[in-house]
Ligand binder design. Structure first.
Ligand SMILES: C[S@@+](CC[C@H](N)C(=O)[O-])C[C@H]1O[C@@H](n2cnc3c(N)ncnc32)[C@H](O)[C@@H]1O
Length: 282
């Protein structure tokens, strides 16, 4: 396995407290958390159980980081004696979050390893997003529950992955092509990354603006949009070769566009090909 070089895996193995993680997570942690090492950050983990992971974070981020744990089980409170700040609460409860952020202020990273149910994961994002600093992130673990039937009742339009799909839509509201008003998510979430069972929401309001099309003003008349030009190429060529005067006919060119390359039926034909591609993924 490629974990020999993973720093977080090294601390996981060395931890003398029980921690329950999936092995694929460590390469992801190394990659996404690297930029916070030895920085004065506030790192929040939801779901700390016996504290195994808290010790990993302390070693990895260094002494300047404030490591905060949240768990529904009051048992975890005893981890306070090791210098962690521990809160007992329910990640789906908006009142819990209100009180939490009143005390802690804005934070850099929220890592959700709590109950993994749809409402719990969605609540984490919804209630913590306003309090994530620019350059920070929300990391949701075990999101493969979005595909689990037993206990999680997924796939469903209420799953966390369906929620992520909405977030992707909101990110695209920033596009100048889309006539949609940017909402709070569009204004805060810069990008979203997916790994095996982990979603990373990169937060940075300073990079979230309505985009506009720009050009560097170099005149290049050869630039033609070609996306629809591949349909009926032969037929169009035959028509134009046999009836060359049509080349300059505005009416014919308009008709050709409508019939041969900007046409809903052709889109339907392309969808059938896409269906076939999807069916052949194995
Ligand atoms: C998988 S364990 C966490 C393991 C820990 N991160 C580690 O690596 O050692 C999940 C924890 O989430 C807590 N939990 C479950 N539902 C929760 C909720 N709604 N709010 C907060 N914590 C919750 C459980 O009490 C449990 O301790």
């Amino acid at each position: 396995m490629k974990l020999d070089k993973s720093e977080t895996f090294k601390y996981f193995k060395k931890s003398d407290r029980l921690s329950l993680k999936w092995d694929s997570y460590f390469l992801v942690y190394d990659k996404i958390f690297k930029k916070y090492k030895n920085k004065k950050i506030k790192f929040v983990e939801i779901g700390v159980a016996n504290g195994g992971s808290l010790f990993i974070w302390r070693k990895f981020f260094g002494k300047k980081a404030k490591i905060i744990g949240i768990d529904a089980n009051p048992y975890s409170k005893k981890l306070s004696k090791y210098g962690f700040k521990i809160y007992t609460g329910n990640q789906s409860d908006p009142n819990f979050w209100k009180k939490f952020f009143k005390k802690e202020g804005k934070v850099d990273v929220v890592l959700d390893d709590g109950g993994h149910k749809n409402l719990q994961q969605i609540s984490t994002v919804h209630y913590t997003l306003p309090y994530i600093k620019d350059g920070g992130m929300i990391v949701v673990e075990d999101m493969a529950t979005s595909y689990l039937k037993k206990e999680f009742y997924n796939p469903s339009k209420f799953s966390f992955i369906s929620f992520c799909n909405k977030i992707i839509e909101f990110i695209n509201y920033r596009s100048g092509l889309i006539k949609k008003k940017m909402n709070f998510y569009s204004k805060k979430i810069y990008s979203i990354e997916f790994f095996d069972s982990i979603a990373v929401l990169n937060v940075d309001a300073s990079k979230c603006f309505k985009s506009s099309s720009i050009t560097n003003n170099v005149n290049d008349p050869s630039l033609n949009e070609m996306r629809n030009s591949f349909h009926f190429q032969k037929t169009r060529k035959v028509i134009k070769d046999k009836l060359p005067f049509l080349k300059d006919s505005k009416f014919y060119n308009k008709l050709e566009r409508k019939m041969f390359y900007r046409n809903r039926l052709l889109n339907f034909k392309e969808n059938l090909i896409i269906k076939k591609i999807l069916r052949n993924i194995n």
